[in-house]
Design a protein around this ligand. Structure first.
Ligand SMILES: [Cu+2]
Length: 247
């Protein structure tokens, strides 16, 4: 049997532990950080690059319509297909949404050409063309998958997309002009420019960040940005044709 003194000290210890654990459990949840918005435009300096008509005669279905190269698409001084995001690793980690990102093979082109994916989120590839495609996913030189996609075939759903910071490229070996890119992030703070060159990142926790603007052909540009509550931070990225090599 424990001595009275020992029983007392055990009781005191239990009480002390309860005192430590009790108030902590009752603490109110910390307030979420205030958030702000980053909004801006990706512009193009100089004449818009000419877009060659793609040679699509190898497939009669594709040849029914003409398409221009989408390597660099500029309209009214604005650049399309630029993925703009907070630098990976700077905005915490976020659970992947259950809803997949969808890329459609339509008119023998991928649409959209550039998409953003949160690590762990699925990429769904749809064939809406009355012709056969194959979908090859590459991480650099490494082939992640290579799948046949018949006309009317079920969508392919892929979760093997590498990790945050990776870029997976999609290719069709039947139609070599087809290409698309999935940019993997560990957060949802990204956007891809449409024809108007605009982007908007909403609900960004206030703070200072590096913002990245990446284009599949033109590469990466970065900018420092400070996000405050209430007033959107404005950022402009400017791309231009690469200087001609010296002769
Ligand atoms: Cu194809």
């Amino acid at each position: 049997m424990a001595s009275p003194a020992r029983a007392w000290s055990l009781a005191a210890l239990v009480g002390a532990v309860a005192a430590i654990a009790g108030p902590a459990a009752a603490q109110p949840k910390p307030k979420p950080r205030p958030t702000g918005t980053i909004a801006g435009t990706v512009t193009w300096t100089g004449a818009a690059p000419s877009r060659a008509e793609l040679d699509r005669k190898s497939d009669p279905v594709c040849a029914r319509t003409s398409q221009l190269s989408e390597d660099v698409v500029v309209a009214a001084g604005k650049l399309r297909d630029v993925h703009v995001r907070l630098k990976v690793g700077s905005a915490g980690t976020h659970a992947a949404p259950a809803v997949p990102v969808v890329v459609v093979q339509s008119g023998c082109m991928y649409a959209p050409r550039v998409v953003g994916v949160i690590a762990g989120q699925k990429l769904e590839i749809v064939n809406s063309d009355p012709t056969f495609h194959n979908v090859r996913g590459n991480l650099g030189a490494k082939i992640l998958w290579n799948l046949a996609h018949t006309a009317g075939g079920a969508a392919h759903s892929r979760s093997d997309l590498g990790q945050a910071g990776d870029v997976v490229s999609l290719h069709c070996d039947v139609h070599p002009w087809m290409a698309a890119w999935a940019v993997i992030s560990d957060h949802p703070f990204f956007d891809v420019t449409a024809a108007d060159g605009g982007f908007e990142l909403r609900d960004v926790p206030v703070g200072s960040y590096t913002l990245e603007a990446w284009h599949p052909t033109l590469g990466l540009k970065t900018a420092k940005v400070k996000v405050k509550k209430g007033k959107p931070a404005k950022v402009t990225f400017t791309f231009a044709a690469a200087a001609a090599p010296a002769t």
